[in-house]
Design a protein around this ligand. Structure first.
Ligand SMILES: [Zn+2]
Length: 330
């Protein structure tokens, strides 16, 4: 660890950097640390564990030794023991030996904000499906300790994977109510992406742009009558509302267009199954959102239907189904 002692720190006091001082212990809690360093240190812990049978109390003792050797001291207030498949009686015995409190899954790690949970949710939960590095780290660390411990003790050990721990830390997945509309949609990727952003309420409609301080006209550029919001654009706007009415009628859906929350709720309620009608409806909704949003000059029903026809060639049942809609709108 000698190489770690060459580091020096300085502290900003009243806006001025104080004289630098040399680090004595190399690493402090919260410092970014190479996983390799962690592995080197853990190897020492692993060697200490070898050859013991009275596992828990020995483990505690080895932690103390490890702590003295490495300078890494566990904060008992922040430490907890996590159990899996252990009886309450044995749990209490272990807690008595260690003096730590009992942890419950899922837990927060280094104050990871709740918003990262959403980012890291699977697609069906409305997230972007990016693995949380902090959560994954924690899971990997759990797995490392687990592997070390497993060598010696059978009492509270069970095989499990980093992935399982990761999912456990992350907590249960709550599917967004509209996941079938977005994720079981046979539409083109670009349509679905726009539909997903709309379902998340993340499209940068003019009301949101203005809230962000961007200088832009608030007025809907399609009808030039009302201020543009997501509810207005889909489909309270009399132009897009009229367009959607025609596309609803084209599919044989006999109702008038609603606002966005109403449309989403209607789709969730009526497109639960795998019927051809539901598939067609979801595709058409995605295409309409896309073309209205992109305000292509060709926001015309003919273009939308043309693309739907094209995509339907890949799904013969839908293709046959579509042919019955002969009221091709003009
Ligand atoms: Zn409008």
């Amino acid at each position: 660890m000698a190489c770690l002692r060459t580091v020096s720190y300085t502290v900003i006091i009243n806006g001025q950097p104080a004289p630098p001082f040399v680090a004595k212990k190399g690493l402090r809690q919260g410092d970014p640390m190479s996983p390799f360093l962690s592995v080197i240190a853990m190897e020492y812990l692993s060697r200490l564990l070898r050859g013991d049978t009275r596992f828990i109390s020995c483990l505690h003792e080895k932690f103390r030794l490890f702590s003295e050797a490495s300078g890494l001291v566990a904060n008992t207030n922040k430490s907890a023991v996590y159990f899996g498949g252990v009886t309450a009686r044995v749990q209490q015995q272990i807690l008595d030996i260690l003096g730590y409190s009992k942890g419950m899954l899922p837990f927060r790690y280094l104050g990871v904000p709740l918003s990262s949970r959403r980012v890291c949710s699977p697609g069906i939960a409305g997230g972007l499906n990016i693995t949380s590095i902090a959560h994954w780290n924690k899971a990997a660390a759990c797995k490392l300790l687990w592997d070390l411990a497993r060598k010696k003790d059978k009492l509270w050990m069970q095989q499990f994977s980093i992935k399982a721990i990761y999912q456990s830390i992350k907590g249960p997945v709550n599917k967004v109510p509209w996941y079938k509309i977005v994720y079981r949609n046979k539409g083109a990727e670009k349509w679905i992406f726009t539909l997903k952003m709309a379902a998340h309420g993340r499209l940068l409609t003019r009301d949101r742009l203005r809230k962000w301080g961007i200088d832009t006209s608030p007025v809907c550029p399609i009808c030039l009558l009302e201020d543009e919001t997501i509810e207005q654009l889909f489909f309270r706007c009399n132009v897009t509302g009229h367009l959607w009415n025609k596309l609803l009628a084209w599919q044989g859906v006999l109702r008038q267009s609603l606002d966005w929350q109403g449309e989403l709720a209607w789709a969730i309620e009526h497109c639960k199954g795998r019927s051809r009608g539901a598939a067609l409806y979801k595709m058409t909704l995605a295409a309409t959102i896309y073309y209205v949003w992109h305000r292509a000059e060709e926001i015309i029903i003919r273009r939308i239907i043309q693309e739907i026809y094209y995509r339907a060639t890949m799904y013969p049942k839908i293709a046959t189904y579509i042919t019955q809609f002969d009221n091709y709108p003009s």
